[in-house]
Design a protein around this ligand. Structure first.
Ligand SMILES: NC(=O)c1ccc[n+]([C@@H]2O[C@H](COP(=O)([O-])OP(=O)(O)OC[C@H]3O[C@@H](n4cnc5c(N)ncnc54)[C@H](O)[C@@H]3O)[C@@H](O)[C@H]2O)c1
Ligand SMILES: [Zn+2]
Length: 371
């Protein structure tokens, strides 16, 4: 088992551990008997609840830890206020008190909404994350961003709220549908681009082992990605500075995701976002020539999409980007690479680059239907 500490620089007491290894679900009753609560609301979605939730709750009860399973229907379209409200009502009805905690068992959707429930219930009760998708293990379970989507855009309501512990059991990746595994790899590729060219090359080399779910290869991916994300978020808990580099691919990606009506997986939309933002970076002189092609080649090797889906309209994409949280003073700004392994920016320059509407239209227009 590998343990990675996420030190929250501005608030030491909010620091927490991420444990990564095989068979960790079975060790949860022992881990949780030691804290942080007397009673657990195990929040999961309809798929993961059946696959792992029922057994986990039975084992918790069997080892004397009070727990109950609360599920909601799986799917990004359920990451809503309504789900937050229904889950919160369940905690009220079950009379959860301040000695209770939330255990989020599932992918990023479960983590985001269950974390937001934990952040707001009784003004905040502790929560433990047990990520079950590759994406949740390497990305959404680290950094304390919680929240829900509204029709106008993703993650527009939420809170920064750090978990007390994250436990990633690699064995659960065995049941993850193939497209979900690949979608998670988009975030791993992003980590290579923003921080580690050697890791980017390793992902290319290890492609066959990763897609056949070799657990040694998957552990390497989870550990290195967690290290990179933890390092970036720990110095910038509230996303005021360098954390912006994690947004590479996401301003365009979120717009593609939202305008697809969530027909694309988050990681697929981010792959398209990275491919397009890397082209923008080359066109405005931020990135070395060849960077966009290198990124596109690795995304393609994993079978990730590079172009906006048929029927995506430039105006819709621009409107969706205009609603993004990262927009400052009406100007769209992007976190862009200088080359694979290094992002543009520093404390003086800032971490994002303003992009003209003309350039956005040119690159998005080439990848979408104009009109
Ligand atoms: N908070 C953050 O910092 C952050 C970062 C990145 C992404 N996100 C959010 O994460 C969400 C995407 O997360 P996701 O990709 O994990 O999607 P998801 O939570 O919807 O999970 C994908 C699907 O896989 C199923 N599933 C999960 N684990 C499984 C397993 N082990 N075996 C079989 N099926 C399993 C789920 O039921 C679901 O149907 C988006 O809403 C995104 O905005 C948040
Ligand atoms: Zn993402």
């Amino acid at each position: 088992v590998v343990t990675i500490r996420v030190p929250i620089v501005e608030r030491r007491d909010a620091s927490y551990d991420i444990r990564i290894g095989r068979g960790l679900l079975r060790e949860l009753p022992a881990l949780l008997a030691a804290g942080p609560a007397a009673r657990y609301a195990v929040i999961s979605d309809s798929h993961v609840g059946k696959l792992y939730g029922e057994k986990l709750v039975a084992e918790l009860l069997g080892s004397g830890v009070r727990a109950e399973l609360i599920t909601f229907p799986a799917g990004e379209w359920n990451k809503t206020r309504e789900t937050w409200s229904a889950l919160s009502d369940r905690l009220v009805a079950a009379r959860f008190g301040r000695d209770g905690a939330v255990l989020a068992l599932g992918g990023g959707v479960v983590g985001d909404v269950a974390g937001f429930v934990a952040a707001t219930y009784l003004r905040g009760i502790p929560w433990v994350q047990v990520p079950t998708t590759l994406l949740a293990m390497i990305d959404s379970s680290i950094g304390g961003k919680t929240g829900v989507d509204v029709v106008q855009g993703k993650n527009l309501l939420g809170a920064f709220y750090q978990p007390t512990l994250v436990v990633a059991d690699l064995d659960v990746l065995a049941t993850l549908p193939g497209p979900q595994l690949v979608a998670g790899m988009a975030e791993a590729i992003k980590h290579g681009v923003i921080a580690d060219a050697g890791y980017f090359d390793l992902l290319a080399r290890e492609h066959p082992a990763i897609v056949t779910r070799d657990l040694v290869a998957l552990e390497r991916v989870v550990v290195r990605s967690v290290e990179i994300k933890a390092e970036v978020v720990s110095a910038d808990e509230r996303d005021a500075g360098r954390r912006a580099v994690l947004n590479f691919g996401h301003t365009v990606g979120h717009a593609v995701e939202a305008t697809s009506g969530y027909a694309l997986l988050h990681g697929e939309a981010v792959a398209i976002g990275m491919a397009l933002e890397a082209r923008i970076a080359e066109r405005n002189g931020t990135a070395e020539a060849g960077t966009a092609a290198r990124i596109a080649a690795l995304l393609e090797r994993f079978g990730l999409p590079l172009e906006a889906p048929q029927g995506a309209r430039v105006d819709d994409l621009l409107a969706a980007m205009g609603r993004d949280k990262k927009v400052r003073a009406g100007q769209i700004r992007l976190a862009l690479p200088r080359r694979v392994g290094e992002m543009h920016g520093d404390a003086q320059l800032g971490w994002t680059v303003p992009i003209s509407e003309d350039l956005l239209r040119e690159i998005l227009g080439a990848a979408a239907t104009s009109g």
